[in-house]
Design a protein around this ligand. Structure first.
Ligand code: XIL
Length: 299
């Protein structure tokens, strides 16, 4: 009995899901999503290719469909995402240097103005660091536009909507021993020291055989929180959805006072971007899986 959202709310947290606008016409989907979750992240609808398909011509139709559904159903919204190397519209992929810097600033201003006061957390920058042992920034048109592109994005975002929590979001930063984790940690420490406005770090938490969950995730969450930022589990899915891993992740968040909440990256296994891994809390028929029971028990 009980729902994930209500159980998370008992400790002042939320339990959310990525929601796809194209599925909002499926009553089996909306019944589960409406019942279980109290936070929504648009899975694709607020990405740059969706919101600014032509330069300077914004399109909020799909983003608004998800946002409206969330508000009608009493859920908060995590905005995802303003500056990312992937899912850029063609015009942005073809930009670089000063033209790209100005375009990203304009993009952040345009999208954040539309949703001003209506987004709890924004993933301002997504996936800016490289995988592997280098600890370097990821190569991209954004990175090539100047190493300070991330702080420019955060300063722009703060001015555009001072009421939103501003997050840096990435994957493979859950394991405290990984170079990528340490690189992001150093950036956040530097931003806090220099007064660059950052409020939160999102840990995507796409766990699979290549990037498995490790119990040092709790150390990671604690260490970032100690820098003076909130933390959140933003895109959780786990290959095979082992109940124990889902419980561990839940307990890790609950152990850290600055962990705001958990978002799973989809509703049913058949809705997942990694459907073949059956990584979510509901099966394709909408039945609760053992991991659902274990999360609910941990919350
Ligand atoms: C994924 C979506 O789930 C897919 O539908 C889409 O085709 C590709 O993007 N990290 C992120 C998310 O920040 O935006 C990605 O979402 C998954 C990885």
């Amino acid at each position: 009995e009980g729902t994930l959202g209500a159980a998370a709310a008992q400790s002042g947290r939320y339990f959310g899901a990525a929601i796809a606008s194209g599925r909002l016409g499926d009553p089996a989907y909306t019944t589960i999503a409406g019942r279980e979750f109290n936070s929504v992240t648009p899975e694709n609808e607020m990405k740059t290719d969706a919101t600014e398909p032509q330069q300077g011509r914004f399109d909020f139709s799909a983003g608004d469909r998800v946002h409206d559904w969330a508000v009608r159903n009493g859920k908060r919204v995590r905005g995802h995402t303003l500056a990312w190397h992937s899912q850029q519209p063609a015009w942005m992929q073809n930009l670089g240097g000063g033209a790209l810097r100005q375009a990203v600033t304009n993009h952040i201003n345009g999208v954040m103005a539309h949703y001003k006061g209506r987004i709890a957390q924004w993933d301002v920058v997504n996936e800016a660091f490289a995988d592997g042992t280098s600890g370097a920034r990821r190569d991209s048109n954004l990175q090539r536009s100047g190493n300070d592109w991330i702080e420019v994005a955060f300063r722009t975002a703060r001015a555009a909507d001072p009421g939103a929590k501003l997050c840096y979001n990435d994957y493979n930063i859950e394991n405290w021993t990984w170079a990528k984790t340490q690189a992001v940690y150093s950036m956040v420490r530097d931003f806090k020291q220099r007064g660059v406005p950052i409020d939160c770090v999102g840990f995507q938490s796409h766990f699979n055989d290549d990037s498995p969950y490790d119990s040092n995730f709790r150390t990671t969450l604690r260490s970032f929180a100690a820098l003076g930022v909130d933390v959140a589990v933003t895109e959780l899915d786990v290959q095979g959805a082992p109940a124990a891993v889902y419980a561990d992740v839940t307990n890790d968040c609950l152990a850290v006072p600055r962990c705001l909440g958990i978002t799973v990256w989809g509703v049913r296994d058949t809705d997942s971007w990694r459907a073949e891994q059956s990584p979510l809390l509901f099966d394709g028929n909408g039945n609760k899986k053992p991991a659902h029971t274990s999360v609910l028990g941990a919350l």
